[in-house]
Design a protein around this ligand. Structure first.
Ligand SMILES: Cc1cc2nc3c(=O)[nH]c(=O)nc-3n(C[C@H](O)[C@H](O)[C@H](O)COP(=O)(O)O)c2cc1C
Length: 231
């Protein structure tokens, strides 16, 4: 695959995926967006089956996504926070990528530029950024941008959300508030609980595209350096 791989470990067509898509669009490059939603990605077993080939030997949906990652010129990876970490599908994916790649100091993703997208209830992305830093550092991946978004708690659509004392909605709205579309966070509707937010902060599409544009430029710069190198 020539171009950029975008990977979302969030739900189909929800906040993580839509932000990853806009970052990809902003790069101005060919891209492929893969969702891990519905895919089976087992965690690393530490079996050392990857020691000789630097490829994970577990058989599931990991291999096809890992192949795209290895071939790509750049990476956009997005994950939601679940329970104070990035979700376990993202953790499982990067456990296997990193352990397989590091035997004999091969590090096949070394130097690839990457953007990390995070979504959570707060919109600050701290847990995903912290977790991803561990994996990007280990894989020698070059982090060129981070973007956080406020995500949509599943509580918005579970059917109990507006009367649930342990759900996500009470972080934003008083118990019993009616759930209307304009109260649901989305890439174009960040922080609906804040009435006075500027339109530019409400819709982060342009911000996502700017982050993507930086990734595109880093790739161009990298390619121009490769071309200038003497034979
Ligand atoms: C099981 C689960 C646990 C979650 N835990 C947290 C959490 O600890 N902190 C937080 O801010 N948001 C948490 N969330 C909210 C998600 O981060 C939010 O729904 C995010 O938008 C999901 O991404 P997606 O919409 O792209 O699927 C949790 C959601 C789920 C389903």
């Amino acid at each position: 695959m020539a171009g950029i791989i975008g990977i979302s470990s969030g739900r189909n067509n929800k906040v993580v995926e839509s932000v990853v898509r806009e970052v990809l669009a902003g790069t101005g490059k060919n891209f492929e967006l893969v969702s891990l939603a519905g895919k089976l990605i087992r965690p690393c077993e530490g079996c050392n089956g990857c020691a000789d080939t630097n490829r994970c030997v577990l058989k599931d949906d990991f291999q096809q996504v890992a192949d795209l990652l290895l071939e790509a010129e750049g990476i956009v990876f997005g994950a939601p926070t679940y329970w104070g970490h990035m979700n376990s599908k993202a953790l499982a994916f990067w456990e296997r990528i990193c352990f397989a790649g590091r035997h004999n100091s091969v590090f096949p993703l070394s130097g690839k530029p990457a953007v990390v997208v995070a979504a959570d209830g707060t919109g600050n992305g701290e847990f995903v950024f912290k977790d991803m830093k561990v994996y990007l550092t280990d894989a020698r991946i070059n982090l060129v941008g981070e973007l956080a978004a406020q995500g949509e708690y599943p509580c918005f659509t579970c059917g109990y959300g507006n009367y649930c004392p342990v759900g996500g909605l009470i972080e934003y709205f008083p118990l019993g508030t009616e759930i209307t579309p304009e109260r649901i966070p989305a890439i174009t509707n960040q922080h609906p609980e804040e009435c006075d937010l500027a339109a530019s902060a409400r819709d982060i599409t342009a911000k996502a595209r700017q982050v993507g544009a930086v990734l595109g430029k880093v790739i161009d710069f990298h390619n121009s350096k490769i071309k200038r190198e003497p034979d």
